[in-house]
Write a protein that binds this ligand. Sequence first.
Ligand code: RB5
Length: 148
Amino acid sequence: MIVLGADHGGVKLKEAIKKYLDEQNIAYKDFGTFDENSVDYAPIASRVANAIVDGEAERGFLCCGTGIGMSIAANKVKGIRASVCSDPFSAEMTRRHNNANILCLGGRVINEEKAVELAKIFLNTPFEGGRHQRRIDQIAAIERGEKL
Ligand code: RB5
């Protein structure tokens, strides 16, 4: 299960990713928004991020104007590793090395074709584990308030 959310700045990218998910018969839940009327991104990021940490979905997409506000908000939720990417290499590496569970995209940075290209990579690239798991564990320790 995939979860998606966007504000007005990212809604076109979200719709493009949904079209791809439909074509692939991949199940998803869409937390809105559904048009280009201005909305705040943080509540949408919160809903998508919590759906993941609650086990409702494995991964998600959050789209806003830059992807940045969505990523800052989503990363406040314990267990979320949200990455803003605008190139294929970063989208691949954030799965391989960071085990990212949310990909954030900017509708004022990339077009719909690029968003779908990055979404495909994000969904199809595994986490490498190994030494990278140790680093993910260190991030979790920071979340628990530990000073490393
Ligand atoms: C909305 O204008 C814009 O600030 C938002 O979409 C996003 O880019 C924030 O990071």
